[in-house]
Ligand binder design. Structure first.
Ligand code: NAP
Length: 545
């Protein structure tokens, strides 16, 4: 029923990363004339802009990839268990070529605003170059950790040396050889960059406000037989990830950390620590994310590891988080992180006890001490989940933006898929979608929307829109389930992005759904099986088809 004569496209997707590529493929499959627009000059989304040294996945290759295309599965070969950023970017380019997606992707097409016209039931997407494109369906694939933020440190603009944000790293790279380099920010990004540039720079000043619990990955090459096994078992691996609360293809743990002996606990922690990465967080015990005492036991184990690895006991203690426990921040993975602090030219500056007072022309001032630098790297994170959506004007019914809606009503969505007041606007990985390896909700979300829009087209449904009731329910459910986890108590202490705590003035609300990816998917299936009737408007007043 889409009226092809009056609109430029049936669907416009903003963003050419994992989300945009998956959406384009799935929406084209149901015959929708779909265009992807992206402000960058290459596809890849987060993997296009995050080119800082050391960038790589935190999830393993086997489930950090799409399972929907047999061609891609059979023909792509991963080389590392935790693939580098370059390798993921090559993968996404391979996907774009193999699925012939490029012809429907427009790069260098930055969206300024998108405005819904109620009478015409049409979205107009306004690009920075003055182009206006009309569409029936508008889909955000703008990414969840894409709106980079600089810290609000006085004098930041006065620094005369070079300044870089990890999420806006120059394409040509940065020559750090022999230079005095300062780093602010030790989340997943800062933790990846530390060991890689430590061997390159002259003097390295790492400014740490809050230490993190870093689990080493013990990265490895992917053998030919591993790829052969994966190709034969892709569906099973994907299903395992889809059924896991955090979207990883891992075994469920069997015991509470509190019900085994101290010796047994140490043995289990040690085994999973050696296996590396998210295995530690997910496979040791059932309650590291839900029980404070259990999370504290994991914290104590990691602190003991830090003291084993870092030779200087003072540095080791500074690197050991004491103000919150494990899972209070999104668990970062390391590639020689703690070891890097054994280099004499790597200086750890504690800015929790004596804060950074300002940035000067010459460097970073901590208390009264000026650290002179040639380069400052900011790995200071993102306005997560909502930042990209509120940074541009997405204007719904009655001229109201998403930014205004969420500021007035609090963060609200129906399953993170859509929002009341914004007909035919959909989000891949919208706020309140699962805290998870993101490839799972991206793929399942694109497949869900494919079925929903096919159904809408076949049944002459002019638009989908979240009901106010569905939003109230999902907001309450997101808060309720989030508060059952240690992410709530510990995340508050640790100023975690998943609670919005990292952005001054941002309200404390769960930005993601902590109730489990598999539970979330069941809610999506329920909505579909109800004929979309339970939650979404489908009998509008008179609107044009
Ligand atoms: P982040 O986790 O939000 O960390 C930001 C860091 O900047 C924190 O250490 C924070 O210190 C520091 N900071 C911010 N403002 C500051 C200020 N005014 N003064 C001093 N320090 C300041 O950001 P991120 O490391 O970019 O990671 C964000 C998320 O992106 C991750 O959790 C992960 O989900 C994703 N990510 C994934 C990968 C991957 O999968 N490979 C890689 C990178 C990022 P405090 O802790 O003291 O606030």
């Amino acid at each position: 029923m889409t009226d092809q004569s009056t609109r430029d496209y049936d669907a416009i997707v903003i963003g050419a990363g994992f989300s945009g590529l998956a959406m384009l493929h799935h929406l084209r499959e149901i015959g929708l004339r779909t265009l992807v627009v992206d402000g960058e000059d290459g596809i890849g989304g987060t993997w296009w802009v995050n080119r800082y040294p050391g960038v790589r996945t935190d999830s393993e290759y086997s489930y950090y990839s799409f399972s929907f295309s047999k061609e891609v599965r059979d023909e792509w070969t991963w080389t590392e268990r935790y693939p580098s950023g370059d390798e993921v970017l090559s993968y996404l380019n391979f996907v774009a070529d193999r699925l012939d997606l490029r012809k429907d992707i427009r790069l260098n097409a930055r969206v300024d605003s998108a405005v819904y016209d109620e009478a015409a039931n049409t979205w107009t997407v306004n690009l920075a170059d003055g182009t206006h494109l009309t569409t029936k369906y508008l889909v955000s694939g703008m990414g969840v950790l894409s709106q980079a933020v600089y810290p609000d440190i006085p004098g930041i603009e006065t620094f005369r040396g070079e300044k870089y944000h990890t999420a806006q790293w120059p394409r040509a790279g940065v020559d750090l050889a022999g230079k005095r380099v300062g780093l602010i920010g030790l989340g997943a990004s800062g933790i990846q960059i530390v060991p890689v540039i430590a061997s390159e720079v002259g003097e390295f000043f790492v400014f740490q406000r809050t230490p993190n619990f870093v689990v080493e990955t013990n990265n490895d090459k992917v053998a030919e037989e591993d790829m052969a096994w994966l190709r034969a078992n892709y569906d099973a691996v994907y299903e395992k990830a889809a059924n896991h609360p955090f979207g990883v293809a891992m075994e469920p743990a069997e015991h509470s950390a509190l019900e085994v002996s101290e010796e047994e606990r140490r043995r289990i922690f040690e085994g999973k620590w050696n296996e590396g990465g998210f295995h530690f967080a997910n496979e040791c015990f059932t309650d590291l994310a839900t029980n404070h005492e259990a999370s504290e036991l994991a914290s104590e184990f990691i602190r003991s590891k830090i003291h084993e690895i870092v030779k200087d006991p003072e540095k080791a203690e500074l690197l050991s988080p004491r103000t919150y426990s494990f899972n209070g921040k999104r668990v970062p993975t390391g590639h020689g992180y703690y070891n890097a602090f054994n280099h004499e030219h790597v200086h750890l500056i504690d800015t929790a006890t004596t804060p950074i007072t300002r940035i000067s022309e010459k460097g970073i001032v901590v208390g009264d001490t000026e650290h002179e630098l040639d380069v400052i790297i900011f790995a200071t994170g993102f306005d997560a989940m909502t930042g990209t959506l509120t940074n541009i004007d997405i204007v719904g019914r009655g001229g109201r933006t998403l930014r205004e809606k969420w500021a007035a009503e609090g963060l609200k969505s129906n399953l993170g898929i859509n929002a009341n007041g914004f007909p035919n606007f959909f989000m891949s990985l919208g706020p309140q979608t699962p805290y998870s390896n993101l490839i799972v909700p991206i793929q399942l979300g694109a497949q869900w929307l494919q079925r929903a829009l096919k159904w809408a087209e076949e049944n002459d449904i002019p638009y989908f829109e979240a009901t106010p009731e569905s939003e109230e329910w999902w907001r309450a459910e997101t808060e309720r389930t989030g508060r059952l986890t240690v992410m709530y108590t510990e995340g508050k202490k640790a100023k975690a992005w998943f609670l919005g705590e990292n952005i001054p003035g941002k309200p404390e609300e769960f930005q993601v759904y902590m109730g489990g990816g598999q539970v979330y998917q069941q809610h999506c299936r329920d909505l579909e099986e109800s004929g979309y009737a339970a939650l979404l408007y489908r009998q509008p007043a008179t609107v044009q088809a």
